[in-house]
Write a protein that binds this ligand. Structure first.
Ligand code: MSP
Length: 648
């Protein structure tokens, strides 16, 4: 079975669980939420998937640094994303984590299937490996001998690995892209992918030896390897629906939209499409690569400490205002610049002055002239036609714009209706109509039309601002939610019942005046400063009792021998004397210490730590050290103590 015409499947990338969620992550998720909500209004059964990418080198390293298992690390970290999506009113159908059984099971099944069918083979490989990016590069890819992506040094590695026969699908993929205009969007990005495919497409190394990276899905046909994190992660889009048979039966494949940032287009357009081809599944209908947000013209990065923290923004502005801003400010597909001033500007002009004001003035006049009731309207006259016609035009034009993910154009279109309604009120001069009986009859139509236009606006904008738009229809006095009214209620003018008691409430979009702006900016700045401190200093962990502490057996240990671990930049193997015995310990200090300078030093060893293997070498304990931005200092004593003394 294939795509069910009533079903609609949209995905975000699954976010690296290590990252602190920022406005860039929120952007893709909001975009996916908007289209999901719109399609639900159209009557589709929508499956909207997001989640976290939890395997790989970086997660492994971060867990080691925090002294917890990788599983415990991801179990706690993924929650930040889940919590943020709840705050942002994201209506995802599921949240996938790549460490879940339901996912790893499918990854293994697919790998086995591809291996059995000869789509995956074993070969020796020599290349330049970038540890932080977990990628191999060829000599010609390198820039000044460094990784072309992150610019950090690479290591030459020769080893056996498993390869997916990606190269054989090159012609098929080029052909598919060329004959399906909507497959990769925007067009400029589509051309980039075609450019990339202009060079020979190599096979894809899909394994990592466990001795180098133990944290991943084990290959089902060779337990000494784990799966390359991208090969594992991409499969989330189908593992959510079960195995290969499950996805075919679900009616959700091919997926309508994979929304991704421009930086991960190649992995989706090339790796993922060819993986699907090998699995016997169709490519997705569309992969849409959106642009990146900068902050005041600069790239957002932890080291620049300019990451826009969405929770802080929500506290200051509320959820819907931010959702509106990111979707309205920049055409989806282009890069954009984030600034608080820009955000405040949009709140004041579009939301407060235009839409908010239209609602306020309409409700105020209904209160003043009609006792708060939207009365049954008098007959329409020619003077009402323009508004009516505009509403029909907006509705017609908006549908394809939503389908093209032209979010900002959707909003521009709706605001044409908002502006015209404000103008309509100005032209009709209700304050003069209210002066005569005849005028009052006419006024019922003018105020009714303003309300019907507001209701329509609320429904059309509700995918962007679900909370505020529900509030708007409530203030109009309607009992039916937006979902219950549906898009069908917009087909003809006049769905709103004429005899409705309005429920004016708080202003939907209060204006942010100069005073309020200063206050908000000061709060954000202060919160930003506090965050800087938080970022560099880890929070203190939960309290332990003295008994808990004494369970740790810390000993003075004299270093007898030290040598670098082969193939590792970080690890040193030590032999230490702890009075009663000698121990072999592996420590991640090679980047800051030459082995020969360590011999003779007395350090502190956690002597009763369960032995663990690092790059295949047993470590019988852990040396205490403190590290700060590349500096690694060993904990020690102000004078010499003999080996084996307990430290407490
Ligand atoms: N884990 C991979 C995706 C695997 S999907 C099978 C990954 N994760 S990520 O957390 O690094 O990035 C997730 C998304 O956030 C990407 O689409 C990326 O483009 C987006 N963004 C990261 N920074 C961004 C901005 N500054 N602006 C807009 N989007 C940005 O890649």
């Amino acid at each position: 079975m294939s795509q069910d015409p009533r079903k609609f499947f949209v995905t975000t990338p699954i976010y690296y669980v290590n990252d602190v969620p920022h406005i860039g992550h929120a952007y893709t998720t909001i975009a996916a939420d908007v289209i999901s909500r719109y399609k639900r209004l159209e009557g589709y059964e929508v499956f909207f998937l997001t989640g976290t990418d939890e395997h790989g080198q970086k997660v492994h390293q971060a867990a080691e640094q925090s002294g917890v298992t990788a599983q415990a690390h991801v179990d706690s970290l993924h929650q930040r994303f889940k919590d943020l999506w709840v705050r942002f009113n994201i209506s995802n159908s599921d949240f996938i984590r790549t460490t879940e059984e339901r996912h790893t099971k499918v990854v293994k099944e697919i790998l086995k299937n591809l291996f059995d069918r000869g789509e995956i083979y074993r070969d020796s490989y020599e290349g330049w490996y970038c540890l932080p990016d977990e990628r191999f590069w060829t000599e010609k890819d390198l820039i000044d001998g460094n990784c072309p992506e992150c610019k950090r040094p690479v290591e030459k590695i020769k080893e056996f690995n498993y390869f997916f026969k990606m190269g054989q699908y090159q012609e098929w993929l080029i052909d598919h892209i060329k004959s399906n205009e909507d497959f990769i969007q925007p067009t400029s990005r589509r051309n980039e992918v075609l450019g990339f495919l202009g060079k020979p497409l190599e096979d894809l190394c899909i394994s990592r030896p466990k001795e180098r990276l133990p944290w991943g899905v084990p290959l089902p046909f060779d337990e000494d390897y784990v799966t390359y994190v991208w090969f594992d992660a991409l499969i989330n889009y189908i593992s959510i629906h079960g195995d290969l048979e499950g996805i075919k039966a679900s009616g959700y494949w091919p997926c309508q939209h994979h929304l991704v940032g421009k930086d991960i287009l190649t992995t989706h357009a090339v790796y993922w499409s060819t993986m699907l081809k090998a699995m016997g599944l169709e490519p997705p209908d569309n992969i849409f690569a959106h642009g990146w947000w900068t902050v005041n013209g600069q790239k957002m990065s932890k080291s620049l400490r300019n990451v826009v923290e969405p929770n802080l923004l929500i506290d200051q502005f509320g959820v819907d205002v931010i959702r509106y801003f990111v979707m309205r400010e920049v055409p989806f597909g282009l890069d954009g610049d984030f600034s608080h001033k820009g955000l405040i500007g949009r709140v004041n002009s579009d939301l407060s002055n235009n839409l908010g004001n239209l609602l306020n003035r309409t409700l105020n006049m209904i209160k003043k002239y009609q006792g708060g009731i939207i009365l049954p309207p008098a007959e329409e006259t020619d003077a009402d036609q323009a508004l009516n016609k505009k509403a029909a035009e907006v509705l017609k034009e908006i549908r394809p714009l939503y389908d093209q993910l032209a979010y900002n154009k959707v909003l521009i279109k709706v605001w044409e209706l908002v502006d015209l309604t404000n103008q309509y009120i100005n032209n009709m001069e209700p304050w003069n109509l209210a002066k005569s009986d005849e005028g009052k009859t006419r006024l019922t139509r003018v105020l009714y039309n303003s309300c019907e236009s507001l209701r329509m606006t609320a429904i059309l904008c509700s995918p962007f601002m679900p909370g505020k738009c529900e509030e708007l229809v409530k203030q109009l006095g309607m009992d039916q939610s937006i979902g219950e009214q549906g898009l069908a209620s917009l087909e003809s003018w006049g769905y709103l019942a004429g005899d409705t008691q309005t429920q004016a409430g708080e202003q939907l979009f209060p204006r942010i005046d100069e005073e309020a702006e200063k206050k908000i900016l000061a709060t954000l700045e202060q919160a930003g400063d506090e965050k800087k401190i938080d970022e560099s200093i880890e929070p203190v962990l939960d309290q332990v009792t003295i008994d808990d502490f004494f369970k740790m057996d810390l000993r003075t240990a004299k270093i007898l021998e030290a040598e670098k671990v082969k193939k590792s930049k970080k690890l040193i193997k030590l032999k230490v004397d702890i009075g009663c015995e000698t121990r072999q310990v592996v420590a991640g200090i090679a980047e800051a210490h030459e082995p020969e300078t360590l011999v003779g030093k007395t350090v502190i060893l956690v002597a009763n730590l369960k032995p663990a293997k690092l790059m295949g070498i047993e470590s019988q304990g852990m040396i205490l050290a403190g590290s700060d931005e590349g500096k690694i200092l060993l904990a020690g004593f102000d004078d010499t103590l003999k080996p084996g003394v307990r430290v407490k």
